[in-house]
Write a protein that binds this ligand. Structure first.
Ligand SMILES: Cc1cc2nc3c(=O)[nH]c(=O)nc-3n(C[C@H](O)[C@H](O)[C@H](O)COP(=O)(O)OP(=O)(O)OC[C@H]3O[C@@H](n4cnc5c(N)ncnc54)[C@H](O)[C@@H]3O)c2cc1C
Ligand SMILES: *[C@@H]1O[C@H](CO)[C@@H](O)[C@H](O)[C@H]1NC(C)=O
Ligand SMILES: *[C@@H]1O[C@H](CO)[C@@H](O)[C@H](O)[C@H]1NC(C)=O
Ligand SMILES: *[C@@H]1O[C@H](CO)[C@@H](O)[C@H](O)[C@H]1NC(C)=O
Ligand SMILES: *[C@@H]1O[C@H](CO)[C@@H](O)[C@H](O)[C@H]1NC(C)=O
Ligand SMILES: *[C@@H]1O[C@H](CO)[C@@H](O)[C@H](O)[C@H]1NC(C)=O
Ligand SMILES: *[C@@H]1O[C@H](CO)[C@@H](O)[C@H](O)[C@H]1NC(C)=O
Length: 385
């Protein structure tokens, strides 16, 4: 009697499971039209998943002249690169676009499988089974005259971005003393005349932070012949613009700056690298209650966040990698996992036999096995039937 009723409950649940694929406006909603979001949209569109991509047009590398170290597109302006991607992806009829800003993403509680309501700034709502956040990071620069305007144009954030175009020029490092050796280790193959402008951070606290990062940092800076200037920085003045003063044959850009201090003589430099903070561009990760560590959305190797059905890609995620190739890789990877996960859910829903009764966790594990990835020991999300 007990067993019979248990079986009947189980088969009811199995039937419920068979009916449980949520009906939504789109299979996937992607938030972000940078290289990460575009790559995710491409991946799901090519297997005819319906998808809507939101792009509010705030891109991290918008300020830079040209994008580098993206093979096949070395030196392409970022806007041109995104435009070409949009044009190519637009050929897929299941890909849809919105230039609006997403204001909230709310899980829909009915049913066993995840689905979401996405609201935009015009008050419209859309539903989807899976969410991809490619919402990026935002750089927080100190508010001194001349810095913001020059960011990405002779004052760069990574040596791979614009270092080569300024190679062998006089070079400055901006930011805390604790980050100076790190920048030197990345840039010494491009520059030999290096001054670190540490803006008063060379005190006991700053030096302790430097030692915590690199034991023996002071000796190493001496060995690389790096000078430290501890004066308070007042402003950065542009003397020459590398957008017009450049040699396209040699891939060289000749920017020139004067850095001014609260006291003493200014110093001329051809280029600077910065060590300033970056934060999540979007408030959505916090709003949604996703795990965020050190300003990065925690993800597994499959780009899954702490919320079932929500994936995070590109600069915004915790991969510890912030560049265009990573954005594209992580977007592609999320697209594959999402497609196979949805297919597994659909496959299970087509069969109503009791032994096909799979828990959500088993479904997701199946999805992972199906594409040969067993690298998810940290997988903990499970909503058992
Ligand atoms: C000055 C500078 C130069 C750089 N140069 C290079 C380089 O040469 N090579 C390189 O590989 N990398 C470079 N980078 C790094 C590169 O910019 C990033 O790695 C890359 O942009 C990350 O792509 P993403 O798609 O994650 O984010 P982003 O390109 O920043 O895109 C974020 C997207 O999310 C959208 N968005 C956010 N919130 C919402 C919302 N609520 N609703 C709708 N849309 C939303 C934005 O509008 C945007 O479309 C540079 C970075 C900087 C700062
Ligand atoms: C959305 O943005 C794209 C790319 O910037 C642009 O081509 C398109 O015209 C915009 N669409 C609308 C409806 O504004
Ligand atoms: C859109 O969704 C939000 C969040 O779920 C909800 O508060 C709002 O009422 C919805 N608006 C419409 C027009 O359905
Ligand atoms: C220099 O330090 C002052 C005081 O801490 C700070 O307000 C300013 O933003 C810093 N400037 C730069 C360029 O780091
Ligand atoms: C660097 O500047 C800070 C702030 O003005 C000061 O406290 C510190 O003593 C200076 N360090 C050196 C080595 O002069
Ligand atoms: C660019 O560099 C090449 C090689 O050094 C040189 O021959 C040429 O004159 C330079 N062009 C300009 C415009 O300076
Ligand atoms: C999210 O945070 C919780 C609580 O700290 C933790 O148990 C869980 O493993 C985290 N999940 C992910 C995917 O990081």
């Amino acid at each position: 009697m007990r067993i019979t009723s248990l079986l009947s409950i189980l088969s009811t649940v199995a039937l419920a499971s068979a009916e449980s694929i949520p009906k939504t406006d789109y299979d996937v909603i992607v938030v972000g039209g940078g290289p990460a979001g575009l790559s995710a949209l491409s991946g799901v569109s090519r297997v005819r998943r319906t998808a809507l991509l939101f792009d509010s047009h705030h891109y991290r590398n918008d300020v830079t002249r040209e994008m580098h170290d993206v093979i096949g597109n070395d030196g392409t302006p970022p806007a041109e690169f995104r435009g070409l991607a949009r044009e190519q992806i637009s050929r897929y009829p299941t890909a849809h676009w919105s230039n609006n800003t997403v204001t909230s993403i709310t899980p829909i509680s009915s049913g066993d499988l995840s689905s979401f309501t996405v609201a935009d700034n015009t008050g419209k709502n859309y539903t989807a089974r899976k969410i991809v956040l490619g919402t990026g990071l935002r750089d927080v620069l100190p508010n001194i005259p001349g810095l913001q305007e020059a960011f990405g144009k002779g004052i760069f954030w990574c040596p791979w971005c614009d270092g080569y175009e300024h190679r062998d020029q006089s070079f400055g490092i901006l930011g805390s003393i604790s980050d100076v050796l790190g920048s030197v280790l990345e840039a010494h193959t491009l520059f030999s005349d290096i001054i670190a402008f540490v803006n008063g951070t060379q005190d006991a606290q700053g030096e302790a932070a430097a030692t915590a990062q690199h034991e023996g940092w002071e000796e190493q800076l001496k060995a690389w012949n790096v000078k430290i200037d501890n004066r308070t920085i007042e402003r950065i003045e542009r003397l020459q613009d590398g957008a017009t003063h450049r040699n396209r044959t040699t891939d060289t850009q000749y920017d020139k700056f004067l850095i001014h201090f609260a006291e003493g003589a200014p110093i001329e430099r051809g280029a600077f690298i910065t060590n300033f903070a970056s934060v999540q561009h979007s408030t959505l990760p916090r709003q949604m209650g996703l795990n965020v560590t050190d300003n990065k959305i925690d993800v597994t190797s499959a780009m899954r966040t702490s919320e079932s059905g929500v994936f995070a890609i590109g600069d915004a995620n915790s991969d510890g990698s912030t560049n265009v190739p990573h954005a594209m890789f992580s977007g592609k990877r999320a697209a594959v996992y999402i497609h196979v996960e949805m297919s597994r859910e659909e496959s299970a829903s087509k069969v109503s036999k009791r032994d096909e009764l799979l828990s959500r966790r088993e479904l997701e594990k199946e999805a992972i096995r199906a594409i040969g990835d067993n690298l998810e020991p940290q997988w903990t999300r499970a909503r058992k039937l």
